[in-house]
Design a protein around this ligand. Sequence first.
Ligand code: KIV
Length: 273
Amino acid sequence: MSVQTAVRRKTAPDIRARKGGEPIVMLTSYHAHTAALVDRHCDTILVGDSLGNVMHGFETTVPVTLDMMILQGAAVMRGSRQALVVVDMPFGSYEASKEQAFHSAARILKETQCGAVKLEGGTRMAETIAFLVERGIPVMGHIGLTPQSINTLGSFRAQGREEASWARIEGDAKAVGDAGAFSVVIEAVAEPLARKITKEIAIPTIGIGASAACDGQVLVLEDMLGLSPRAPKFVRRYGNLGPAIETAIEAYASDVRSRAFPGPEHVYEMKKS
Ligand code: KIV
């Protein structure tokens, strides 16, 4: 008889219901092995298009494709059990029309079996969000700094620094909420504005560089682990794994060069880590 207990995976409505309650913990992951670790501690895992920067060394997220997102989304689903997995819709896969967005999002859901998608844009994407939600696709919005728009923004600057720009960002947050998104990421937005939006809208806000006033937080895993060559200034580091990994690689290289490597009798013994 199996002693395994079934684990219920969190859903978009579970996250939606956390508005104003216990803060929502979210981190990115792009692989089965990191997903298994993140899954034990987070409510939701974001397969972010930041994988373009982190895994592939691109300068921006613009070159990321739908196939790349689906491949890594499926890996994260295999590695995790209880967290809601949200997969980013990459640039060019949803902006042309509501129909294009539906076809891309449906491929993501079918081929990864994840629980939701995320897309960038506020008021301009509201109609598309409503179209997806009406057709059974849970959507997480993303407003404030929207990195896929780097070519029109010109730089990755914090948003809402001047009070004059607050109304537009507040309007974006309301539009995303009214369209039926179950939550919204607010990126690089001044604290008073993030606080105001969090009070005003009915869905949970998930901040990244937008203060503790939000209903939850998300960070790029490699940034907070000290593995990214460059991380935004607001990121608090919870580890410094880069040097630790390099020390291990150095030790390995030295063993190989000095022929101090384990012999064939050990090779087929699998050690559990
Ligand atoms: O792609 C990503 O990792 C993201 C987070 C920065 C929110 O969108």
